[in-house]
Write a protein of this length. Structure first.
Length: 555
């Protein structure tokens, strides 16, 4: 080693994911790269007078976490909205929302996030009249945790101009009451977009999800600075959880520009990929914009190499697309894409050499997504495409072997499952047929087929806190039959969150390992994770985060 290290980390339990050197105690960082990995004595000997020495005190040191499915802009702005996680009942909701209304007198819509589908009472739909009781005199709206539904009071529906309904795109629905007015439930972005336009960030935070196009008109300097500040705070929050990389799952050029500006200021604390988002109603000529984004964002800290699409909604609102009707209904959910259009999109994107990530939750949505990827492979020939399916909540057994066979990545979120300690344990089982449950959130079953399984949070659907998701995978709740145990090994889980997520972005030769020459993206935890009881893993925190050789977080 020629350079004196900038930083050495000593006395750690290193999880290197380097087969040549799986465990070690210490490492040295120089010039943004990992310069050496070895024993504490060896590495200490490399330090010079200007070297920063960090004592890991026996804790786990591993490659920086990569969260491979986040919504950075939305997650960032939500850090500052009223969070209704765990809140139930009209009284508690009213108390919190009225306090929030006083805190935010200038907001045109008082807004809250993380509302439960059963916030009023188990099995009872929330209506605008309920929310009128919560806040009668100002517009109020709240987001479901999964971001597929917004509930709004009468004032908010009036402000948005949809109290008497309105046109929506495929898969979206302004739920109407028998009296011909909007009931207050807005399903999918196409339905709730008119409400979001009046929130604090004008819906710009959701634009990459709702349209995939830039805000129109483009924000002026004040809004732009506000957006940038929000994202900078979100990135600091991610860094505080040991995260050094993000795969954004919505996108537009505007988001890329904001991140570019943050990078120039040194505030891009996590490497971030911004995809191009192709909506089902878009002509395929829009893919030219994806190529343009790929040309424009091509750095090590900010890049585009992927197209995101949606195949369906979510199970909770019965918009996930199923092979057969939901129990007690004749409704199979909402197809977002027509299969031919999706197949053609896959062929085109794959031919451009770009990666595809498709949201597919229901068994029919997953099947159609795999069909599209198979079609691309048949037309363009097999290549190392690493196309991804996002979520995979209910899988048809016949489709299980297709992930490994097609080389498709299973991108899953341990914290979303009923066994994951984060969402209610019961509820989902009432929207599924009992025989669907064994293949619900079946990450171990998928892993055992040899398919690549990578982990993420889908922040802000759940918090971006890595260790909550690690506990969900390694120390899940025991669920009664027909649920099948899907407990993950700690090392598999951590690999899914580091090396495998680096692999998914075609970066496994530069990221995801603690090995000489790799980018210096490192998380030092405050516990030896391997020594912790699985159920307590969520209490571990990042003590130090290093990205690009730079300390981005220190407890
Ligand atoms: Zn998502």
């Amino acid at each position: 080693m020629s350079e004196t290290p900038d930083l050495v980390i000593l006395n750690g339990r290193l999880l290197t994911f380097d087969a040549a050197n799986p465990t070690a105690e210490a490492l040295a960082v120089a010039g943004g790269r990992i310069a050496a990995v070895g024993s504490t004595a060896e590495i200490r000997g490399l330090a010079g007078p200007g070297t920063r020495v960090f004592d890991a005190q026996g804790s786990t040191v591993l490659p920086g976490f990569i969260d491979s499915h986040v919504h950075l802009f939305g997650g960032s702005v939500e850090l500052d909205y009223l969070n209704l996680y765990g809140v139930t009942g009209l009284d508690r909701l009213t108390e919190l929302v009225r306090a929030e209304a006083l805190r935010c007198p200038d907001d045109r819509v008082v807004f809250a996030v993380q509302a439960d589908y059963d916030i009023m009472a188990e099995g009872r739909a929330t209506t605008r009249h309920d929310l009128d009781r919560v806040l009668p005199d100002r517009p109020f709206a709240m987001f479901a945790a999964d971001h597929h539904t917004v509930w709004a009071n009468t004032r908010a529906l009036e402000l948005a101009g949809i109290l008497h309904g309105g046109d929506t795109e495929a898969g979206a629905e302004i739920v109407m009451a028998p009296d011909g007015t909007a009931a207050g439930e807005l399903r999918e972005p196409g339905a709730y977009k008119p409400v979001l336009r009046h929130t604090r960030y004008g819906g710009r935070d959701m634009e990459g999800l709702v349209t995939g196009a830039n805000p129109d008109p483009m924000p002026g300097p004040i809004d732009r600075a506000r957006d940038r500040d929000a994202i900078a705070a979100g990135l600091r929050h991610c860094a505080s959880h040991g995260i050094t990389g993000l795969h954004n799952m919505d996108g537009n050029v505007y988001t890329g520009e904001l991140l570019e500006e943050l990078d120039a200021e040194g505030a891009l604390l996590c490497r971030t990929e911004v995809p191009f988002h192709l909506k089902s109603g878009d002509p395929l000529d829009r893919l030219e914009e994806a190529a343009e984004m790929r040309r424009r964002f091509a750095g090590d800290r900010l890049w585009t190499n992927r197209v995101k699409m949606f195949m369906d909604g979510v199970i909770e609102s019965r918009t996930a697309l199923m092979l057969r009707p939901y129990p007690g209904t004749d409704h199979i959910g909402d197809p977002v894409f027509a299969p031919d259009h999706f197949d053609e999109a896959c062929v085109r994107i794959d031919a451009m050499g770009m990666q595809i990530a498709t949201h597919a939750i229901g068994d029919l949505a997953i099947r159609r997504t795999l069909d599209g990827y198979a079609r691309a492979r048949a037309v363009n020939g097999p290549r190392d495409s690493r196309h991804r399916v996002e979520h995979i909540e209910v899988l048809a057994p016949d489709d299980l072997p297709r992930f490994a066979a097609l080389g498709v990545v299973a991108s899953m979120q341990p914290g979303h499952a009923p066994r994951g300690h984060i969402f209610p344990e019961h509820g989902l089982d009432q929207v599924l047929h009992p025989d669907q449950i064994p293949m619900a959130f079946a990450w171990q079953t998928i892993r055992e087929t040899g398919a690549r399984v990578c982990f993420s949070t889908d922040w802000p659907v759940i918090q971006v806190d890595v260790m909550d998701s690690v506990r969900a995978a390694v120390g899940p709740l025991e669920m009664p039959a027909p649920w099948v145990d899907q407990t993950q090994r700690l090392e598999d889980t951590l690999r899914s969150y580091t090396l495998d997520n680096a692999w998914v972005e075609f970066a496994e030769t530069r990221k995801g390992r603690l090995a000489p020459g790799y980018l210096a993206d490192i998380a030092v935890m405050d516990h030896d994770l391997a020594a912790m009881a699985p159920a307590r893993l969520n209490t571990a925190r990042a003590a130090l985060t290093v990205m690009d050789g730079r300390v981005t977080w220190e407890a």
